[in-house]
Ligand binder design. Structure first.
Ligand SMILES: [Zn+2]
Length: 248
C-alpha cells in the first residue's frame, strides 16, 4: 500500500493536469493536444519543467515565469482532486475493473464540475464517451443489467425533473446522470438524492437574497451531481442499507 500511493498519486497529478487542459479547451472547441500549454495572458509556451503538476505551481508561487500573471488555482484544484480520487478508488477497490470504471467516471466528473462552474456547460464530448466506457467496464466486471438500468433510470428521472422545472436542470445534467447511473447501479438513487439535498443549500441562499426571481438565476447542478456520485461511490452501500434499515 505504501508503494501504491506514489505509483497512483503522481500519475494522478499528471492526469489531472491533462484534465485541466480538457476542461479549459473542450468548451471552446479547441484541440486538447495542440498547441501545447501556454500562458493564458502572454501566450508564452510553458516549458516542461514549469509544467510539473503542483511542484511547478509551488516553485513559481502560482505565477507565469515570463509575465508574472497569476496562474488560476483551478488547475491546482483539478490536479489535486483527480489525484485524491484516483488514490481513493485504488485503496477502496484495488486494481479492478471497478477501479477502472470509477477512475474514468471521476475524471469526467472533475472536468464537468469545472466546465459547469465556469461556463455552465456539461460537454457531450466528455460525458457521452465516458458514460459508454463506464457502462462497458462495469458490465465486463460484473455481468448484469444493473449498470444499464442504473443509467436509464437516472437519466429518465432527471429528464422528467428537467421537464417539470425548465431552467433548473438541463439536458447536460440528464446525460451526466447516464454516466452516474452506469457507474453506481442500484446505489444511484443515493447519489441523486444527495445531489438534490446538497443543491438545496445554495438554492435557499439565492432565494433568500433575490426572492422568488432567484429561480430564474438557477445554479449549476453538475457539481452537486458529481459530489453526490463520489459520496455514493465510496459510501453508497452503507447509506442504502442504513436507509432501508430505517424504513423496515
Ligand atoms: Zn505569462
Amino acid at each position: 500500500m505504501v508503494f501504491v500511493l506514489p505509483l497512483v498519486f503522481v500519475p494522478g497529478l499528471a492526469l489531472g493536469s491533462f484534465l485541466g487542459v480538457v476542461a479549459a479547451r473542450v468548451p471552446l472547441r479547441r484541440s486538447i493536444v495542440h498547441p501545447g500549454s501556454a500562458c493564458m495572458s502572454c501566450e508564452a509556451p510553458i516549458r516542461w519543467y514549469d509544467n510539473v503538476p503542483v511542484f511547478s505551481y509551488a516553485l513559481l508561487r502560482g505565477r507565469c515565469r515570463r509575465c508574472g500573471v497569476r496562474i488560476p488555482p483551478r488547475d491546482l484544484a483539478i490536479e489535486l482532486a483527480t489525484s485524491f480520487l484516483l488514490v481513493g478508488c485504488v485503496l477502496a477497490f484495488g486494481f479492478t475493473l471497478k477501479t477502472a470504471a470509477a477512475a474514468v467516471a471521476c475524471g469526467a466528473l472533475v472536468v464537468v464540475t469545472a466546465t459547469d462552474l465556469e461556463r455552465r456547460i456539461v460537454p457531450n464530448r466528455v460525458v457521452l464517451p465516458a458514460a459508454a466506457a463506464v457502462l462497458a467496464l462495469r458490465t465486463a466486471g460484473h455481468l448484469s443489467p444493473e449498470w444499464a438500468l442504473g443509467a436509464i433510470g437516472a437519466a429518465g428521472f432527471l429528464f422528467l425533473a428537467a421537464l417539470a422545472h425548465p431552467g433548473g436542470m438541463g439536458m447536460g445534467d440528464v446525460k451526466l446522470a447516464l454516466l452516474i447511473g452506469a457507474l453506481l447501479g442500484r446505489t444511484t438513487p443515493v447519489a441523486i438524492l444527495l445531489a438534490l439535498f446538497l443543491a438545496l443549500v445554495p438554492s435557499v441562499v439565492l432565494i433568500a437574497r433575490h426572492g422568488a426571481g432567484a429561480r430564474k438565476l438557477g445554479i449549476p447542478f453538475a457539481p452537486f451531481l458529481a459530489a453526490g456520485a463520489v459520496i455514493a461511490l465510496f459510501a453508497g452501500e452503507p447509506i442504502l442499507h442504513a436507509y432501508l434499515g430505517v424504513m423496515s
